[in-house]
Design a protein around this ligand. Structure first.
Ligand code: SF4
Length: 118
């Protein structure tokens, strides 16, 4: 089942607990820090998401209504990073793999780690 995370800028304290929790679970932070509030993947509609549309290998595919990045199909071309309107895809430079927020569906979390940590 798809869930949706919404950031309420009125309640943000800039503590970065969401960013740290994401890094701990995924090895890289799929949440980005801005000067005020954290920036999250917008979870565009799977049929319209520019990251999935531009990927030449189909490595970003829908699963249960959420787009997931599949490392084994990724060429590390970085086109998805360029195409994302909010720059929310990140490269794990050590593993040479692209990370996209999956709302933690790829790690089986009941809640996304960022939501759980807030
Ligand atoms: S970096 Fe990987 S996931 Fe992104 S567009 Fe290229 S092949 Fe697809």
């Amino acid at each position: 089942m798809k869930t949706l995370g919404v950031v309420d800028p009125q309640r943000g304290s800039a503590c970065q607990d969401c960013i740290n929790a994401c890094h701990k679970v995924h090895g890289v932070a799929r949440v980005k820090k801005t000067s005020t509030i954290p920036l999250f993947c917008l979870h565009c509609h799977p049929d319209k998401a520019s990251c999935a549309k531009i990927c030449p290998t189909g490595a970003i595919r829908e699963d249960e209504g959420t787009l997931i990045g599949y490392e084994d199909a990724c060429l590390h071309c970085r086109l998805c990073m360029i195409a994302c309107p909010v720059g929310m895809l990140v490269i794990d430079e050590e593993k040479k793999s692209v990370h996209k927020c999956t709302l933690c569906l790829d790690v089986g979390g009941a809640l996304p780690a960022c939501v759980d940590a807030c």
